[in-house]
Design a protein around this ligand. Structure first.
Ligand code: PLP
Length: 228
């Protein structure tokens, strides 16, 4: 067994243990492999180990990998900041976009997604712990955004995505509370099933609070080298 296979088995084990502690069914928690900065060869190896869902943050890097790995049945997730002038590429090439935080972004993704494609899965990014950042809408905006975005064609609004400050487990609990509160605003509440939260350093707290998708980079691929 190679080291990437081993790392994946370890992470799946961690998810299982966290689910046991939280008395949750491990099948409720998906593993998203965050592969930014890692070469296509590493993704192909992780794919051979059984991984299908991969998350990327940088559009050009992601488009290169999507082209190089087009023969594999990968489910591509965009988890980076969404710029308004890049939505066309996201609509054309990805299965999921996690960083939607404004109506205009959702409207563009909706109109640029081909009706012949499967609907684009969307998570609303929320700045759940009032960080000093431009990413993510405010918690009090979520209800209205859910109401509007859930009515757009060619999209499937699946839930919320949060990136709280490190060592702040209360933020995951707040995200879960908000997730349950705004469900009734959704035009198709049965589609509201995804709480994207938890990274390599805080998987346990995220799963305890109700995460359904953990986004793991370092624990799967090792430390990232941004110097290249
Ligand atoms: C990079 C990144 C991750 C993965 O972080 P690790 O700590 O390496 O697991 C998860 N989510 C987002 C949004 C990221 O940008």
């Amino acid at each position: 067994m190679n080291s990437l296979q081993q790392a994946r088995i370890q992470v799946l084990q961690q998810i299982q243990t966290a689910c046991e502690h939280a008395q949750r069914d491990p099948s409720e928690v998906q593993l998203l492999a965050v592969s930014k900065t890692h070469p296509s060869e590493a993704l192909a190896e992780m794919y051979q180990a059984g991984q299908r869902a991969f998350g990327e943050n940088y559009l050009q890097e992601a488009l290169d990998k999507i082209e190089q790995l087009k023969d594999l049945e990968i489910e591509w997730h965009f988890i980076g900041h969404v710029q308004r002038n890049k939505t066309k590429h996201l609509a054309a090439n990805f299965a999921w976009v996690h960083g939607v935080d404004r109506l205009i972004i959702a409207e563009r993704l909706s109109s640029q997604r081909e009706a012949s494609q499967a609907p684009l899965n969307i998570c609303l990014q929320v700045n759940i712990d009032a960080q000093d950042t431009k990413d993510g809408c405010q918690p009090e905006e979520v209800g209205e955004l859910v109401k509007e975005i859930s009515q757009l064609p060619n999209l499937k609004l699946r839930g919320l995505m949060v990136i709280p400050a490190p060592n702040h487990p209360q933020a995951f609990i707040d995200a879960k509370t908000l997730f349950e509160q705004v469900k009734s605003e959704h035009a198709h509440p049965e589609q509201w099933d995804t709480l994207s939260m938890g990274m390599s350093g805080d998987l346990h707290a995220a799963i305890a609070a109700g995460s359904t998708m953990v986004r793991m980079g370092t624990a799967l691929f090792g430390a990232r080298d941004y110097s290249k």
